[in-house]
Design a protein. Sequence first.
Length: 61
Amino acid sequence: MSAQQKQDRSTWVIGGTTLMGLGVGFIFLTISPFIMVASLLIGIGLGLVIVPFLSHYSETH
């Protein structure tokens, strides 16, 4: 594998889950702005939880 293919993808995971949380938050924005903030934080937290599993998987393969 080249060095470019072995890039760390953790920022992609955190950014992707943050954007998913933001999208879900926009759906619930009309109900409550607090739900939007909560879904954004859940997206960031979910990304931070997934990153260690992703790095462990990439090390073994």
